[in-house]
Design a binder for this molecule. Structure first.
Ligand code: E4P
Length: 225
């Protein structure tokens, strides 16, 4: 499962890239709004930092197919042809996905709440489909189950589309999908940090340090003991 950062703040993206094995960055209009700057200014800085080998996913805002296609072209022109264009799976979105996929544009179908949205997006040529795990949970349904079923639908129908699970609020949701081996998960920095935050680990490491210092003296490590 690829690990993607769901955020647009460059400082935090740099932090995530330096500490964690990260494969890319996803954004959406709400995430970009938090930065309070021109979206292309923010996205170009992210692209420059992550390089062309890391995935960058950028969402369109237009609602009708023709305008979505135009917006996708502009996004690729500004941020590179490898950029994944996120298109919400509405009726118009599906029409745009069909057109853009034929042109060879990398599409991430987004705003997915149901298995059938994902199936149609995959058939239309999207490379990723992003089910919103926590938002589905908040509707009283089971977001992890929906994401797993979408993964199965893609495999059983021999579609090349992968799940890019999104909208996580806790480690359990991430764990379940990592165990299942979905294609990718895009996660906000605070939830990524939570994946390894455990008092037991801190205590274990502190005890090792204390024992070693008893043996070799304060501040000593395997470098200078
Ligand atoms: C990613 O594609 C989605 O835009 C994002 O993960 C939604 O997350 P949220 O439910 O935390 O806003």
């Amino acid at each position: 499962m690829k690990l993607i950062v769901d955020f647009a703040n460059l400082h935090q993206i740099k932090e995530m890239y330096s500490y964690y094995p990260v494969d890319g960055v996803t954004t959406n209009p709400s995430i970009l709004a938090k930065e309070g700057k021109n979206p292309y200014e923010v996205l170009k800085a992210i692209r420059e930092f992550i390089g062309s080998n890391s995935e960058l996913h950028v969402q369109v805002v237009s609602l009708d197919a023709e305008a979505i296609v135009k917006e996708a072209h502009k996004i690729r022109e500004e941020l590179g042809a490898s950029t994944y264009v996120k298109v919400p799976v509405t009726r118009e979105g599906l029409k745009a996905i069909k057109i853009l996929a034929k042109e060879g544009v990398n599409i991430t179908a987004t705003a997915i709440y149901t298995q059938m949205q994902a199936y149609l997006a995959g058939k239309a040529g999207a490379l990723y489909a992003a089910p919103y795990v926590n938002r589905i949970d908040n509707l009283g349904a089971d977001g992890v189950k929906v994401a797993k079923e979408i993964h199965d639908i893609f495999k059983k129908n021999e579609l090349k589309t992968e799940v890019l699970a999104a909208s996580f609020k806790n480690s359990q949701q991430v764990l379940e999908l990592a165990k299942y081996g979905v294609g990718a998960a895009t996660i906000a920095p605070d939830v990524i940090e939570g994946l390894i935050k455990l008092d037991a680990v801190t205590c274990a490491v502190e005890a090792f340090t204390k024992d070693f210092e008893k043996l070799c003296g304060k501040g000593k490590t395997m470098i200078n003991c």
